[in-house]
Ligand binder design. Structure first.
Ligand code: UDP
Length: 452
């Protein structure tokens, strides 16, 4: 059977952002291991430079005329609009060329839901298309009802009557209106427009979501039974099936040596992913709270993540002193390795979906400080559904930081969360094994591909 797939090529179109490229490349690796040939189509933005791990893959860069400055200045939502507009024609040309050149058939185009331009090109060539969602099923479900909420004026109300944001959204327990995935980078109207484009499934033949049924069974049922008329495959966490290097930035491995010198479960790892920003005053409050908590910490501060500063040069000597006493700072860490390290007992995170999955799959409980979009959904689930996280809401002062860190790293409450996280980790590991839910879902998708 694998031979049949081997003659068939899958064309993948990732969003040019770390949190989207990693799961797409993991999916590519997984399908390759099942016998597919792989073509990855990207643009010059956040170009994924393939390592030796991807020698069998074909990488194609399609042209567009978006200036680099737009990538930095537009904000992710406006940039996505522009990218979708600009890539429509060049992707169509690219697919046309591929069809002429390929001796083997193209079985389908798998595109990140935010790269919706790919769908119309696939349709034009009568190629099946598959949507890939790199967010949680719950965030996906929220996006699919956004339009309804909007036409009911609920979101308009939200904008004006902040008090209502604390209320629970009917049918989406335990999400509150304020947990809905709106972005701080764009107006509600722009977000609505992007969501309308992603939610409109047009001619897509199926949806893959990088999630596990043991984490989100009710959201997956809601999507399959009430929202989508096409098959939904929960194939995740993909990093557990395909461990492959996907980092756009160089990982500083020296932090592993530092971790090797620390006691088990004694270090809190702090990272806000690849996009979130943190103001200087917030950094100082976190550093002071950490100092007061007496816990050791490994902190990723990305260059450019402090507005107005290249890296940490604008931080005070007081900050350097606090760090040198009990911390270690890197610009970018080998995150999965860090989370798997026995010294790491907690993760202070912005709750991006990849970070959430990576933490759960290593049994590491979290302090949740979501920044934007679907991170708020994930934080709420971590705290109220999986009960492996503490959300820090409101103003970020040193007292709140100290309390949260002690609750997680010192108190009995944190120990209970760690036990729950470890039991989720075991469930996820079982799901990867033969007969487990991830394993089965992947096999079903591969069978489905054979029918395309
Ligand atoms: N990451 C990493 N090193 C770091 C920080 C983050 O390798 O120092 C990786 C992390 O493992 C995750 C991705 O970057 O896979 C971030 O994705 P996520 O969805 O958590 O957040 P986003 O960057 O999309 O906001």
């Amino acid at each position: 059977m694998e031979e049949k797939l081997a003659r068939r090529r899958v064309v993948l179109v990732p969003v040019p952002a770390q949190g989207h490229i990693s799961p797409m490349m993991q999916l590519a690796k997984t399908l390759h291991s099942k016998g597919s040939s792989i073509t990855v189509v990207q643009t010059k933005f956040n170009y994924f430079n393939p390592s030796d791990d991807f020698t069998d893959f074909q990488f194609i860069t399609i042209p567009e005329s978006i200036p680099e400055s737009d990538f930095k200045n537009l904000g992710p939502i406006q940039f996505l609009f522009k990218l979708n507009k600009e890539c429509q024609v060049s992707f169509k040309d690219c697919l046309g060329q591929l069809l002429l050149q390929q001796s083997n058939e193209i079985s389908c185009v798998i595109y990140d839901e935010f790269m919706y331009f790919a769908e119309s090109a696939a349709k034009e060539f009568k190629l099946p298309s598959v949507i890939f969602s790199t967010t949680s099923a719950t965030a996906f479900a929220c996006r699919s009802v956004f339009d309804k909420l909007y036409t009911n004026d609920v979101l308009a109300l939200l904008k004006e009557h902040k008090g209502q944001q604390e209320e629970l959204v009917p049918e989406f327990y335990p999400l509150r209106y304020k947990d809905f995935p709106v972005s701080r980078f764009a107006s509600l109207e722009s977000i609505m427009e992007v969501y309308r484009n992603t939610v409109d499934k047009r001619t897509a033949s199926s949806v893959i979501i990088n999630t596990a049924s043991c984490l989100e069974s009710s959201s997956l049922s809601f999507l399959q039974q009430q929202q989508l008329q096409i098959p939904v495959y929960s194939i995740g966490p993909l990093h557990m099936v395909a461990s492959t290097p996907t980092s756009l930035l160089e990982e500083n491995k020296s932090c592993i040596e530092w971790l090797n010198k620390q006691r088990a479960n004694s270090v809190i790892y702090i990272s806000l992913g690849s996009i979130a920003l943190m103001e200087i005053n917030e950094i100082m409050e976190v550093a002071s709270g950490l100092a007061a908590s007496n816990q050791h910490f490994l902190w990723v501060i990305r260059p450019g993540s402090i507005p107005g500063s290249e890296w940490t040069e604008t931080l005070s000597e007081e900050f350097s002193k606090m760090v040198s006493d009990r911390g270690y700072i890197v610009k970018w860490a080998p995150q999965k390795e860090v989370l798997a390290h026995p010294a790491v007992g907690g993760f202070w995170s912005h709750c991006g979906w990849n970070s959430t999955l990576e933490s759960i799959s290593e049994g590491v409980p979290m302090i949740c400080r979501p920044f934007s979009g679907d991170q708020k959904v994930n934080a709420r689930y971590l705290e109220c559904v999986w009960k492996t996280g503490i959300q820090v809401e409101g103003a970020l002062d040193r007292g709140a930081v100290e309390r949260a860190v002690k609750r997680l790293m010192v108190d009995e409450e944190g120990e209970e969360m760690r036990k729950r996280a470890i039991s989720l980790k075991e469930e996820l590991r079982a799901s990867v094994r033969s007969g487990g839910s991830l394993h089965n879902s992947l096999e079903e998708f591969v069978d489905f591909m054979r029918t395309l």
